[in-house]
Design a protein around this ligand. Structure first.
Ligand SMILES: [Fe+2]
Ligand SMILES: [Fe+2]
Length: 462
């Protein structure tokens, strides 16, 4: 079988699985629209097994790779198939020779019926066995956790360089392409699905000199996390993310000194600043690969929920339904960032502030959802443990509950640990009988030097 034929078959195969999955939402399992694609898959797989005994399907970096061939022709059924796998937590699938139509059928039923998210590989394998699926196994990615951190970091850095290049083009009077922006937003979105904490932790990168770039990427990530919480459909989510990434692009038209000016602006200066949403709107309108929804969200990101912001909307003006997402992310990121005229607030203080301004500048429903999404101790919150040690939350845990993990940075006397230590707050108590530690409360971040990402990544489990 030549490569082109292989690629065609692969695409067909995944599409058939996706179609069957999609139709199952509407029709009973015995319906031809569910059955026929399954039989199609079976026929296709038989062709593959003529000269091999296994077929590996890996999802990496938001791309599906089957037997080393990336599948680029994404259809909606394919996307929904990938999304299901991603949500359940399946990193890689292996189809084995001997597979029967019943296995495929049960597998599709498993994909459709499994409501839990982010399951460990062993658990997925167990559920597959219970669902009567044989000859399809889940393969763990090697060094999964470490890979996720590295991957998230790569995606983040990539997004920063896209923002840098877009802004550079604009400053030079060129119209940048939106293709790269769309691509990095898709990457960030799949990374959030794959390992939300790894991606969210990076929004704590606060580089003072590069504020604009990091801020743009942070707003994109936080807006995407909010879009997930709102269960927005795939395309709408990408539109929101792209708008988040480019929301302040109109500021490039302003004098540099004005953007960085600390403290209060004069009336004239503020009039200048007020132009950036409209400038951004016009610019996005000219860029390729940018959908109108994103352009509208950029125009409307300072209109405020009570419509008293800028540009001031005409009385009958209809704001895009997703335009209330970015302002919440924008505000949160600005609050958690130290500026020359402002101390950085802790994630929790920032959540309190945005809760207070809900209903006026921010949409109260989105704010409530955001607070819930970030949890009581968002990733990045500095906390004091009952051992009197100080650490940073690295995995937030479910809303309303204690975080899963904290990396201890300072001992009980406030001295930094030479090797930060990761502590599990919810898992089983250690065999040595050491007591599980609990959180006493948050700590003022200005009292402690911020941890580096490297320190967090190299933390040793307790
Ligand atoms: Fe703005
Ligand atoms: Fe902003």
């Amino acid at each position: 079988m030549d490569r082109r034929e292989q690629e065609r078959l692969i695409t067909e195969l995944i599409r058939a699985l996706g179609t069957s999955l999609k139709n199952r939402r509407i029709y009973p399992p015995t319906h031809p629209l569910v059955r026929t694609p399954v039989e199609q898959v079976y026929k296709d797989i038989l062709l593959f097994f003529a000269d091999r005994s296994e077929l590996a399907l890996v999802i990496t970096d938001g791309t599906m790779v089957l037997e080393g061939v990336p599948i680029f022709s994404l259809t909606s059924s394919l996307e929904s198939f990938m999304e299901r796998l991603g949500r359940i937590g399946v990193p890689a699938l292996v189809f084995e020779k001997g597979l029967m139509p019943a296995d495929i059928d049960n597998f599709v039923r498993f994909l459709h019926g499994t409501k839990e998210q982010g399951l460990p590989v062993d658990r997925i394998q167990e559920l597959l066995a219970q669902a009567g699926v044989s000859h399809i196994r889940v393969k763990p990615m090697e060094k999964e956790e470490e890979d996720d951190q590295t991957l998230a970091r790569e995606i983040y850095d990539n997004a920063v360089s896209v923002v840098v290049s877009v802004l550079k083009d604009v400053r030079l009077g060129r119209i940048p392409s939106g293709a790269e922006s769309e691509r990095v937003v898709k990457d960030m979105s799949s990374m959030l699905t794959r390992n939300r904490d790894a991606m969210l932790a990076l929004t704590l990168i606060k580089n003072f000199d590069e504020y604009t770039y990091n801020h743009s990427v942070n707003v994109a990530v936080l807006s995407l996390a909010l879009s997930d919480a709102l269960s927005l459909p795939g395309q709408e989510k990408i539109d929101v993310g792209v708008a988040g990434l480019l929301h302040d692009v109109g500021k490039t038209q302003l004098a540099l000194g004005l953007i960085k000016k600390p403290g209060t602006l004069t009336v004239e200066e503020f009039e200048e600043i007020k132009k950036h949403p409209e400038e951004g709107f016009v610019l996005l309108g000219k860029m390729s690969h940018i959908r109108p929804a994103s352009a509208y969200m950029v125009r409307e990101h300072h209109m405020r929920f009570d419509r008293t912001g800028y540009p001031r909307p005409e009385p009958g003006y209809r704001v895009h339904p997703n335009s209330h997402i970015i302002p919440v992310a924008d505000c949160y990121d600005a609050l958690t960032t130290m500026r020359s005229y402002q101390k950085a607030r802790s994630p929790q203080q920032s959540l309190d502030i945005i809760t207070r301004i809900a209903g006026r500048s921010l949409d109260p429903e989105i704010v409530t959802l955001f607070v819930k999404t970030m949890g009581s101790y968002p990733v990045g919150t500095l906390v004091r443990l009952d051992s009197m040690e100080v650490g940073v939350v690295t995995s937030a845990g479910p809303p309303g509950q204690a975080p899963n993990t904290v990396v201890v940075l300072f001992d009980r006397n406030g001295n930094p640990l030479p090797r930060p230590e990761q502590v599990d707050l919810v898992g089983a108590e250690s065999a040595g009988g050491t007591q599980r530690r609990a959180i006493l409360g948050t700590v003022n971040p200005n009292m402690y030097p911020p941890p580096t990402m490297g320190a967090l990544a190299s933390a040793v489990p307790a």
